[in-house]
Design a protein around this ligand. Sequence first.
Ligand SMILES: *Cc1c(COP(=O)(O)O)cnc(C)c1O
Length: 376
Amino acid sequence: MSPFDTPENAGHGAILTVDLAALVANWRMLKQRAGTEAAAVVKANAYGIGIEPAVTALAKAGCKSFFVAHLSEAIRARAVAPDATIYVLNGLAPETGGAYAEHDLSPVLGSHEELLEWAGFRQSGAKVRPAALHVDTAMNRLGLWPGEGLDLAREKSGVIAAAGIGLVMSHFAASEVIDDPANARQISAFAEIAAAFPGVSASLLNSSGHFLPGCPSYQLTRPGYALYGGNPTPGKPNPMQPVVGLEAQILQVREVEAGTQVGYNGTWTAKGRRKLATICLGYADGYPRNASWTDRSQGGSALVGGVRCPFVGTVSMDLIIIDVSEAPAEAAKRGSAVTLIGGELDLEAVGAGAKTIGYEILTSLGRRHARHYVGL
Ligand SMILES: *Cc1c(COP(=O)(O)O)cnc(C)c1O
């Protein structure tokens, strides 16, 4: 029986399975490794797996702090985590203080302008939780310059006190590359910042930061990718449990002769007699078109009966063609399920096949899959 025969999957082209027990196990593992309080980064719909189920499961497991990118995401997280501290990484957009107060949220303040606006809002009598302060130690993206942070910290009665800062944080630019010299520079720049804010909690580690030798954990960590099963130590065995699985259904199987061109614009040519299967998933399901496999460039693949089968031609909107010549015949037939994410096709392998990173694969996970939350 194919998984597509069940009532909840019938009519869907692909099945996305999210293992919430693995998500929680990954959070506990990272927390134990850091030996400190661990938050969870749940921006971008919890990296594509669904913000409500992710936050609900993690909050139940004892996670007390969450980071999102947007205020709208924070409001969704608040609805399922009434007591948690919820930080908005992208900071205080103009005139949004009222929404922070209404939903009891905390901005991650990243510029002097944001600090002043938030301090003014608090001084006007608004009741809000402490905010976080972002210091930029490498990225040149969001956050105060380190020197600016140190100067403000020294003015005891200044804007920092008025803004009510409960957390000071910075973000790694290259923590997945263990020997990148930027890591040591950021670790030492942040040590100076953290010391300038005595009594304020500090947070530096993202997923890969947990695996950087000699990096202190401070009071709060901020893992994202690794919670969802991504490998925080690329090139080395993945210490995390897989959270996401994706299967798609075979619609048709056909044999083609040598010289046959396949797919839009005939970008792939059969070099011999090949057996091809067309599966019910495409770029409209979040599978990148950059995973196309042409005569000139390699692309993605699927597992069919445990055998890795390359894509053939361009990824279309709703369909992908795969070469199932080497797969067992009983697995490569109409109605069968093939694996797009799972087993040896982990997030890193899928990302590589699409000339991107596992993060982008996760955060693009499609909206029209049958979704199943399992494990809890
Ligand atoms: C996204 C993000 C994280 C989480 O990073 P991962 O590499 O997914 O663990 C942590 N901190 C900040 C500021 C972020 O933007």
